[in-house]
Design a protein around this ligand. Structure first.
Ligand code: TYD
Length: 206
């Protein structure tokens, strides 16, 4: 039987700067001979990308938002993540269920026991092997987003206190799962962050 691939996720408040490091991680893994699938949530499948468009731009009941996040995730697992891992490929994913706990739980204030039930239903058997949490003060993240000068989505338009609650919820999850979640100080230089992310992966797996 082929060895299952690894599942690595990247998390953090909007503007924390994960994107560059996701691409760099995929490159590092490929250099070591692994096949890598790079994907994102919400999204990652044709249906998931349609749900993403709604989730990022349409006003909806807050529980509808949480349920659609998990619906998109169910599709993503079935169509992309599980088949890739079963083929022995590595999956590098921009956000996963930790984001629902942080945004819909911390940010929106929904009861996390509901997510625990949904998580059990949707992926009780499968969790990320390693998660990088890019931690940054919301004020700095907000400045970075503003400097990009583009239209903001529904979450990016939320006030600073929303992002502060998202950050706190992420840090609580990291404290509860220190083996899986590696907290990165996203205020460091790109080079320092790259060294920490890639060093962690190399130490564990390469
Ligand atoms: P992201 O991909 O980081 O956006 P960008 O392309 O602008 O970098 O994330 C999309 C948004 O979706 C982000 O604001 C967080 C939010 N989100 C949730 O609220 N809950 C979730 O479960 C997920 C996966 C994302």
């Amino acid at each position: 039987m082929q060895k299952r691939g690894r599942f690595i996720t990247f998390e953090g408040i909007d503007g924390a700067g994960k994107s560059t490091h996701i691409a760099g991680t995929a490159e590092l893994l490929r250099q070591h001979g692994h096949s890598v699938v790079c994907t994102r949530e919400p999204g990652g499948t044709p249906l998931g990308e349609k749900l993403r468009e709604l989730l990022l731009h349409e006003r909806m009941h807050l529980e509808t938002e949480a349920l659609l996040m998990f619906a998109a995730r169910r599709e993503h697992l079935a169509e992309v993540i599980e088949p890739a891992l079963a083929r022995g490929e590595w999956v590098v994913c921009d956000r996963f269920s930790d984001a629902t706990y942080a945004y819909q739980g911390g940010g929106r204030g929904l009861d996390k026991t509901k997510f625990e039930a949904l998580e059990q239903w949707v992926h009780g058997h499968l969790h990320p092997d390693l998660t990088f949490l890019f931690d940054l003060a919301p004020a700095i993240a907000g400045e970075r987003i503003a400097a990009q000068g583009r239209d903001l989505d529904k979450f990016e338009q939320e006030r600073a206190d929303f992002h502060a609650r998202v950050r706190e919820a992420y840090l609580e999850r990291a404290a509860a799962a220190p083996q899986r979640i590696c907290v990165i100080d996203a205020g460091q230089s790109v080079e320092a962050i790259k060294a920490q992310v890639q060093g962690t992966i190399a130490n564990r797996y390469l």
